[in-house]
Every structure is written in structure tokens, then in C-alpha cells.
Ligand binder design. Structure first.
Ligand code: SAH
Length: 335
């Protein structure tokens, strides 16, 4: 269905860039991956940190509580989560706030998927949340401070791929194959600024104006924020375009609309931010102590979850935490 739509688009208007392909596959109003699927957990395509253990959300709640106190513990404040998935992270955070006496924030959830919005509503039924599609719908700057969080959101925003051919960089585009019935990559001359990275012939370089603009906009609107995602903190070449289907890597032209499409986030493009590896960040905020407390009473295997979240071999090193605060005098915890 979606594949036919993409092919007819290419037949009508020519090849599309990687970002356009990704936007259609994930966000097509009717057939897009996120628009009609609950992708999470063992029955889905991938499992995220909040779905692994409540400890993840609890630690983020501690980070948020610390920032909230440092900005003066405002009674009225806003908490925005971008791409809240099933609403698990927000539910865990709000439960902690209640327990430790943080003033209940007005939660805003930025979500494009009707399927996931419905799940979030069910999981946050006791919360008076506001759903938005984009930042334009957020309240204008009215002096009420906002803090933003997002886990595995940036990786879902479109990105572009360049490939080095001899001394030049070309843009990778999605085209029809020679027979005209399959999709393949093709190359077109690239007219933008050349990336300043050392790369050998054939190497791929990725960049994402959408991610950069999104983060810049959030830094204008929010006093502080936390973005967590898989990615790298140093610029470099590498093809990280990936499709995940039922917890397996598949080709990016396979299971179109049924497989998740992402790429690693290049955190090196953000300046004036704090960066840490997820494992180090969670440990410095006390996840091991929390595991001690939960171990005797938790129905799931706390140690396996802890290991998954923090160990170098699993999520601990690959996932990065990016924090920012508009007040230079505030030192963010965990970095
Ligand atoms: N944070 C959640 C879900 C991560 S998956 C977790 O950690 O479990 C990505 C989420 O972002 C999904 O909820 C998806 O529907 C949403 N999303 C992706 N692109 C979006 C966009 N452009 N606008 C709004 N939401 C988007």
C-alpha cells in the first residue's frame, strides 16, 4: 500500500531524498508506520528504556525535580514530552513527583500518532494533559517556565545522507530500480555546504536540519531540557540508516510502513549543551540505589533491566543524554 504510494510519487515527481522517504514511511496520515501501529515491546518492533523498567522514568523524575528546584520551584510550570510512546515515561515521572512533593506540572504531550495518543490517554487517564502536534500549538511565552524531555524522539525525525564519490559529495536519493518495480538508492549532485569530515571514497555522511531546528526551537521555548537517544558525540562518516521489524534489522526498503526507520543522532552539532552516556548518567543519579530498593519487591527482573539500561554492551554507551539549561549559573545533575 505505502510502497505503491511511494513508487507512484517517484514516477510522478522523480526520486525523493532520504528525509522525504522517511517522513512518508513513518508519518503518512493513513498508512505511516507510527500512525497505525503500537511499535513497542515484545509483540512490537523495538523496546525503549521506559518500557524496560520504571527505574528509567524515576531517575528522569529525580533529574527534573532537581532542575525544578534550581529554577526556584515554581508552583506553575509546564512539562513537555516529545514523542511519548505509550505514556509510560510521563506516568512514572508524575508518580514520583507526587511522592516527593514536586508541584504537579501541566503536562504537554507532542504526539502525531492517533494510535499512540489513544494509548497515552488510557495510561494517563488521571492526568489533565494537553496533546499537541507541533511546537506551534504550545502556549506563547507567558512567563510560565517549561521543561522539555524526549526519549528516542530525535531519531525519528528525517535526516539526509551524502555519499563521497571521489573528491565530491553526492546526495543519496530513493529511486525506482532499473526494472521500475522496486526501490533503490541513487545519487544526485549535492549543492549544499560540503561536510568537513575525513572520509574515504564511498563513505556516507548524515545530517539533519530537522533535528537541529527542532532542538534550537526547544532551547528558545524551554528553560531546560533533556533529549535521550542513540547516537554519537563526535562528527564522522557512517551509514546508520536502519529499519527494525519485530526486533530484527531489515533493509530500509523492506516491510515499508511496518518497520521502524531511524538513524543515529549526531549530537556533535549541538553547542552549549551537556552530554553524557546513558549508563553514566543514570548511575550518577542513583539508579543502582533505586534497583537495591526495588529488587525485593519488583515482579520483573530488576538486575536484568538495570544491566540493559546501563551496561556498555547494551544501552549504556550507545545511548547519549543531552541536557541544556538557559540559565548558565545552573549546573545540571548527571553530567
Ligand atoms: N518516548 C517513547 C517513544 C519513542 S518512539 C519511548 O521512549 O518509549 C517515537 C515517538 O515519537 C512515538 O510516540 C511517535 O509517534 C512520536 N513521533 C515521531 N515523529 C513525530 C513527529 N514528527 N511529531 C510528533 N510525534 C512524533
Amino acid at each position: 500500500m505505502l510502497e505503491d504510494f511511494i513508487k507512484s510519487q517517484i514516477r510522478d515527481s522523480g526520486p525523493m531524498d532520504v528525509g522525504a522517504y522517511m517522513s512518508i514511511v513513518l508519518g503518512h496520515p493513513e498508512h505511516g508506520y507510527y500512525m497505525r501501529k503500537d511499535p513497542f515491546g515484545s509483540g512490537g518492533d523495538f523496546t525503549t528504556a521506559p518500557e524496560i523498567s520504571q527505574m528509567f522514568g524515576e531517575i528522569l523524575a529525580a533529574w527534573l525535580a532537581d532542575v525544578w528546584m534550581k529554577i526556584g520551584a515554581p508552583v506553575e510550570w509546564r512539562l513537555l514530552e516529545c514523542g511519548p510512546g505509550r505514556g509510560t515515561l510521563m506516568a512514572d515521572i508524575l508518580r514520583v513527583f507526587k511522592a516527593i512533593g514536586v508541584a504537579a506540572p501541566a503536562p504537554y504531550l507532542m504526539e502525531m500518532s492517533p494510535v499512540l495518543r489513544a494509548i497515552q490517554e488510557a495510561n494517563l487517564s488521571d492526568v489533565n494533559a494537553t496533546w499537541v502536534y507541533s511546537a506551534d500549538e504550545l502556549p506563547e511565552d507567558d512567563g510560565i517556565p517549561m521543561i522539555v524531555i524526549a526519549n528516542e524522539f530525535l531519531d525519528a525525525l528525517p535526516f539526509a545522507q551524502l555519499q563521497k564519490i571521489g573528491d565530491d559529495w553526492c546526495e543519496r536519493i530513493v529511486a525506482l530500480d532499473k526494472k521500475g518495480d522496486g526501490l533503490c538508492f541513487n545519487l544526485t549532485p549535492f549543492k549544499g555546504a560540503m561536510p568537513e569530515v575525513v572520509a574515504s571514497d564511498g563513505a556516507v555522511f548524515e545530517f539533519s536540519p530537522e533535528r537541529e531546528e527542532f532542538v534550537a526551537d526547544m532551547r528558545e521555548r524551554a528553560v531546560a531540557g533533556l533529549f535521550i537517544d542513540y547516537g554519537h558525540v563526535e562528527a564522522g562518516a557512517g551509514d546508520t540508516f536502519q529499519a527494525l521489524y519485530k526486533h530484527e534489522h531489515v533493509g530500509v526498503f523492506e516491510h515499508i510502513g511496518d518497520a521502524d526507520l531511524t538513524s543515529h543522532v549526531d549530537f556533535s552539532v549541538f553547542s552549549g549543551v551537556e552530554l553524557a552516556e546513558q549508563g553514566a548518567f543514570l548511575k550518577s543519579l542513583g539508579i543502582e540505589a533505586r534497583a537495591e530498593v526495588l529488587r525485593p519487591k519488583a515482579p520483573i527482573d530488576v538486575d536484568a533491566a538495570l544491566l540493559r539500561l546501563v551496561s556498555d554492551e547494551q544501552m549504556g554507551k550507545l545511548f547519549k543524554v543531552m541536557g541544556f539549561c538557559s540559565d548558565e549559573n545552573i549546573r545540571l545533575a548527571g553530567f
